[in-house]
Design a protein around this ligand. Structure first.
Ligand code: PSU
Ligand code: MN
Length: 307
């Protein structure tokens, strides 16, 4: 019988014990955010990008009711290929464990588990946030409130462009979540380089992020997340016109097909991937791999800064 404590992959356990740099990676991207069979290949590439930049990857998910930090390849394969993997936010973790479920963790759940495991850096694609129809639906991702109370650095390409970016930035400000641009003062727009919104702060290097994290720890005043917004170079973004057209179609389909709640984000991502004949998928993969590489460099710098 499980005692429900977090399980660790052997390599991650050893790395945490010896103070080596570790980067948390999420599994919702793999199970619900990317189409099959590319998802498993990409999951492995994310881990390779972390390794190539000097850190140990800890992909987080739930296998048969156990929260696992550092899924092995069999477990990763199971979460990438099974049809019964549940999308788990923080509130779902205990009940899913009690049911012995297989689950993929969102940004919210992954960052909460990572922080509980003592991991300080997390790489993802784009955060969840305030949905465009939130004025009617109240649909705001639990990513936002969770990041407000979770001490972790999250490397992302902003919030997914399917969301209301301006409203999301306002909520992040209200919630006291630190947001810095990586080598830019423009907030990235996930599939596109520039969301059109300005940031108060930018950082120029992994070392500067590490110093920020050290300052936060030293001050002991603020314990929420630091979002490191890492834009795609303009020549690697999705064609903005194609983006806007695809988004308009996707939002209309949502409405027509009555998709709501936690199905909204996977539905819109899948719509993008099929409607752009894979162009958005290629962009999504580039986003994740770049973020994984930067997160690893930040984790390495944080180890040096702390030690
Ligand atoms: N970023 C991606 N692909 C994804 C997600 C983020 O590039 O699939 C997932 C994350 O797990 C995020 C979730 O936490 O979408 C947000 O879902 P919701 O809007 O239902 O909170
Ligand atoms: Mn939602």
């Amino acid at each position: 019988m499980s005692d429900f404590q977090i399980r660790y992959g052997a390599e991650v356990a050893a790395a945490l014990r010896t103070g080596r740099p570790v980067v948390a990676c999420e599994s919702t991207i793999v199970s619900h955010g990317l189409p099959r069979p590319d998802n498993l290949r990409v999951a492995r590439e994310i881990e390779r990008a972390v390794r190539n930049n000097g850190a140990v990857p800890a992909t987080i998910g739930m296998v048969a009711g156990d929260i696992v930090v550092g899924l092995d390849d069999d477990q990763l394969t199971r979460l990438a290929t099974s049809d019964t993997v549940v999308k788990l936010s923080v509130r779902d973790l205990a009940v899913a464990a009690a049911r012995g479920a297989d689950g993929a963790t969102t940004v919210a759940a992954t960052s909460a588990v990572a922080a509980a495991a003592g991991i300080g850096v997390f790489a993802t694609g784009g955060l969840g946030g305030v949905h465009r129809e939130a004025a009617q639906t109240f649909d705001e991702s639990a990513d936002l409130v969770t990041l407000a109370r979770t001490p972790i650095a999250v490397v992302c390409a902003g919030v997914k462009s399917i969301l209301d970016t301006g409203a999301t930035l306002e909520r992040l400000e209200t919630l006291g979540v630190t947001v810095v641009g990586y080598r830019t003062r423009r907030f990235p727009g996930f599939f596109i380089t520039d969301s059109g919104f300005e940031l108060d702060w930018s950082v120029d290097s992994p070392e500067q992020v590490a110093t920020t994290l050290a300052a936060r720890a030293g001050q002991g005043v603020h314990s929420g997340a630091v979002i490191v917004a890492n834009p795609l170079p303009p020549d690697e973004q999705l064609d903005p016109e194609l983006h806007d057209r695809t988004l308009a179609d996707g939002l209309a389909r949502l409405d027509r097909e009555g998709v709501t709640g936690k199905a909204v984000t996977p539905f819109l991502l899948a719509h993008f991937h099929s409607a752009t004949a894979g162009a958005s998928l290629a962009v999504n993969v580039r986003i994740i791999l770049r973020n994984a590489a930067l997160a690893a460099r930040i984790a390495v710098a944080a180890t040096t800064t702390a030690g």
